[in-house]
Write a protein that binds this ligand. Sequence first.
Ligand code: GLU
Length: 428
Amino acid sequence: MSTQSSQQENKSDEDLGSALVTARRQLERATTHVNVDEGVIERLKHPTRVEQVSVPLKRDNGDVEVFTGYRAQHDDVRGPYKGGLRYHPEVNAEECIGLSMWMTWKCAVMDLPFGGGKGGIAVDPKSLSEEETERLTRRFAEELRHVIGPTMDVPAPDMGTDAQTMAWFMDAYSMQQGETITGIVTGKPPIVGGSEGRDAAPGRSVAIITREAIEYYDKEIEETTVAVQGFGSVGSNAAKLLDDWGAKVVSVSDVNGGIYDPNGLDTYAIPSHHEEPEAVMAHEAPETVTNNELLELDVDVVIPAAIGNVLTEENADDVDADIVVEGANGPTTSAASEIFAERGIHVVPDILANAGGVTVSYFEWLQDINRRQWPLERVNKELEEHMLEAWDDVRQEVEAKDLTWRDAAYVVALSRIAEAKSTRGLWP
Ligand code: GLU
């Protein structure tokens, strides 16, 4: 924690933008590159609704504590709201709105028939026992029951939640509805309607997009060095795949800090957060680095795959990589994005790079509707195809209009959403 809080202290006020501030700035910036009706843009600045609920929990010692939960539903013009539920002490309404906006663009960039949602509970999941997490999740499902549904709003895992959380959530919802409704959430364990390959999908998509970016900028993957911040689901899966494909992963980190080996780390020997939480620093390596030092290493590619707002105007000038691939949601503030654009550092945005998660969520949703599971090979094959199509759509905008990757991804997303909005019209 100390590294993250000292990073926070180093940021200027301007740079401490919430997810909502960053998301709105990105939207405004993108509108200058795309010919979209102003009324549509105005509508997209506001979420359809934000549900705030109190979630009472009986602690293991018998005490009762009340937590605050949220579900922000940004836009559903192209299909049900879709996005994760996060358990984190800093969850608040503004953050959920910003994150739900990113889900709208993410689903549109991937051309999925979903809109954007995000929610969560302001709680430190590390302070809860497993039984407490289950009780809290079940009560949260009940509190949200009237605003969600398999064709209305479909939650999924995010920071601090996982497949087991989704299983409890699905069970609570189904018990109240009187029938098993697997499609209420995605990211479930495969035995209860989850999809093979869903857990690894966000990291897999980050690896695929990193590989494409490396090739696009005329580098050989075997000669590419990569630093990955965060060794949770996204970071560890991305690092391992890139390692498989020949890249040299020289640094990885968790919340306590990172390890660095200029000759490349054996990513398979380092326990991921899921296998053994916060164990990165215990792995033998020639050097250790702080989470901020990792971002400034002399490498070809940096992948921030932990928390938001880690690349700021304070450290953007010191980033040495040529390519940044956003594994986390919102790791780069608007000020840092501008510095990177001026410095010619290519930033491939979260809404493209980590979109494998929601893409396989879509596959899971289809499997639930059809009551038919796909083998892992099919999931990974279709994920690869979807990622390459989206990469290509965004690449065309980068080239046609000389845009940053983020602006180009927004152009692709906004064009699709605006067309859907104008085709449906405004009612009444
Ligand atoms: N929470 C993930 C994200 O930020 C996945 C959302 C989903 O699968 O619905 O993209």
